[in-house]
Design a protein around this ligand. Structure first.
Ligand SMILES: *[C@@H]1O[C@H](CO)[C@@H](O)[C@H](O)[C@H]1NC(C)=O
Ligand SMILES: *[C@@H]1O[C@H](CO)[C@@H](O)[C@H](O)[C@H]1NC(C)=O
Ligand SMILES: *[C@@H]1O[C@H](CO)[C@@H](O)[C@H](O)[C@H]1NC(C)=O
Ligand SMILES: *[C@@H]1O[C@H](CO)[C@@H](O)[C@H](O)[C@H]1NC(C)=O
Ligand SMILES: *[C@@H]1O[C@H](CO)[C@@H](O)[C@H](O)[C@H]1NC(C)=O
Length: 510
């Protein structure tokens, strides 16, 4: 008898817990910076001042080994919102203008799944993914019907939009996704505002004004030049401008968190802060080298205060964001097929890491890149463990392509000028190496964290390379990678081969 009463009591408390705690009072805020890196003292850069990110870090777990799945804007955002690598969700390159990439119509994205579960969804700022039917939000103020500068860089405007979203419906749990456009470069689209739009709204003549922004400026001599950028005056000036733009991002984040607090949600909202891809400097964005894929990543859970301010060294990936948010809301990922194959998420929830629980899987992350701009076809796949990186450049016979935005930058022009003039570039690579890559690259990160020495032919690593190639192939297989047999093979998976897909050699070497 006693046991039964206890069990009934337990059951009803459990149901109460589910409805009150898990559903009606837990929200999610995702903040995505645009091309941001580690320019913050949260990650030991003591020059670039980010008091608001520091404050967020004090109530977050700080991931020191977080990676994007692809180092390009739209593809990366499609992974963040779908949990599927770009080759599986179909967003192969940039979404805007002539590039026109879209995810497959059948993709079940995060906003779609959680809307069905009664959670209100909102997006403010840079969206940059499509189609609308795959990525619908209940509240949308994005570049699709606003100026990107106003919804992505004007932090006063962003603050007001957040206020509007939070005041519209006080009863439903929500997911709010904020895509800052800072600190993206701007010399390609709005050169009048400076290389990083660092002058936009700074109050100087013709630049407009933003009541909530106090610009911080930096002396180029003082900035920290990452190892993969040439240490020259031109690059330093770019970095100083980037830091100023980061002061706007940082103060914008402060305003958003303040709105959350005023609306009473700070203590029941899971907050994720990360960036879409590597910084727009040589060897950064559009590359799958670590300099292009490592990301800042803060996870702030009001339910895991004991981990606040702590560093987590585990390897995590943007593919983990969808499982984490679903875990937080206690929602199942749906069962469905894409490209005639069942879809499974390869990412894992990060919440167990906040309870000091190990995730069952071994620490491996995968990356997959096809294009950035439509002209920049350079498919790459990689697998990275704590100590090793195996990188497959499928289109290695072509030069690696440079994007419009980066090409016109002072940093790149400086590199090009110096190379042409035959004077020292002060860079750790040369452009010829950078453009022409081997089909396979293998790095021993424990002795070579900057990935300078390709060890693919070193006998010492034969076993591990073989193992990583198998793992990579297996992952390409379960994520329905159409490039799985590339570049030497042809995949046959229809007709006779429907039930036993096979890579055939095309004999290109004949
Ligand atoms: C900052 O530097 C310290 C000392 O080298 C190191 O222990 C810590 O892990 C670094 N923190 C981050 C977030 O990189
Ligand atoms: C932008 O589109 C959304 C969704 O259709 C709509 O709710 C919003 O009012 C529009 N905003 C502007 C500024 O037109
Ligand atoms: C930023 O937005 C605010 C509020 O909408 C507006 O008053 C201000 O002029 C805008 N600033 C710029 C530089 O566009
Ligand atoms: C590169 O060289 C061109 C042509 O001499 C010059 O106009 C330009 O200012 C140089 N750019 C940089 C960043 O050095
Ligand atoms: C993918 O895996 C399935 C099941 O193990 C196998 O039948 C198929 O041949 C694999 N495809 C390729 C291209 O290796």
């Amino acid at each position: 008898m006693k046991v039964k009463t206890f069990r009934n009591g337990f059951v009803s408390t459990f149901i109460l817990f589910l409805t009150v705690d898990s559903i009606s009072s837990k929200n999610v805020l995702i903040i995505i910076a645009d091309d941001a890196g580690f320019e913050t003292s949260v990650y030991n850069n003591t020059v670039c001042k980010t008091p608001n990110l520091n404050k967020l870090a004090e109530r977050s777990s700080i991931f020191t080994n977080a990676f994007t799945s692809v180092s390009s804007c739209s593809p990366s955002r499609s992974v963040i919102l779908s949990g599927l690598p770009q080759h599986q969700n179909g967003m192969y390159g940039l979404h805007q203008d002539v590039h026109h990439f879209m995810s497959f119509d059948g993709v079940e994205s995060l906003p779609k799944i959680i809307h069905k579960a009664g959670i209100r969804t909102g997006i403010i700022g840079k969206k940059h993914v499509g189609p609308e039917t795959v990525y619908p939000f209940d509240f949308e103020e994005t570049e699709e019907n606003n100026s990107i500068l106003q919804v992505g860089r004007n932090i006063t405007n962003i603050k007001l939009l957040v206020r509007k979203f939070l005041s519209q419906d006080k009863s439903s749990p929500f997911l709010l996704y904020i895509g800052f456009h800072d600190p993206h470069r701007c010399g390609h689209t709005h050169p009048q505002y400076g290389q990083f739009c660092e002058k936009f709204g700074d109050g100087s003549p013709g630049m407009g004004f933003m009541p909530d922004w106090t610009p911080l400026t930096y002396n180029p001599d003082d900035v920290i030049v990452p190892y993969f950028v040439q240490d020259t005056p031109a690059a330093r000036r770019d970095i100083a401008a980037q830091y100023t733009t980061i002061s706007r991002l940082d103060q914008g984040i402060g305003l958003v968190l303040r709105e959350l607090e005023i609306a009473g949600y700070l203590d029941d909202t899971l907050i994720i802060y990360t960036s879409d891809n590597g910084i727009p400097f040589p060897n950064g964005r559009t590359n799958l080298y670590d300099s292009g894929i490592t990301e800042p990543f803060l996870l702030s859970s009001p339910l895991h205060r004991s981990t606040w301010g702590m560093e987590i060294q585990k390897l995590v990936s943007h593919v983990d964001i969808v499982p984490t948010v679903l875990d937080w809301f206690k929602i199942q990922y749906p069962q469905y097929e894409l490209l005639h194959n069942p879809v499974i998420l390869t990412g894992r929830s990060l919440l167990p890491l906040l309870c000091n629980k190990d995730r069952e899987s071994e620490e491996v992350i995968f990356t997959s890149h096809n294009l950035h701009e439509v002209t920049m076809y350079y498919p790459m796949r990689s697998i990275r463990t704590k100590h090793f990186k195996l990188l497959h450049n499928l289109n290695y016979l072509m030069p690696f392509q440079i994007d419009q935005d980066f090409f016109i930058s002072n940093t790149f022009q400086d590199l090009l000028n110096r190379t042409r003039e035959g004077i020292s570039t002060h860079w750790y690579k040369n452009l010829k190496q950078y453009y022409y890559r081997s089909q396979w690259e293998f790095f021993d990160l424990s002795t070579d964290p900057q990935e300078r020495i390709n060890q693919i032919k070193n006998d010492k690593y034969t076993e591990i390379i073989k193992y990583l190639k198998e793992q990579l192939h297996q992952w390409q297989n379960i994520t329905s990678d159409a490039w799985i047999c590339q570049p030497q093979g042809i995949l046959e998976n229809k007709g006779y081969y429907k039930n036993s897909p096979h890579c055939f050699s095309a004999g290109y070497g004949v």
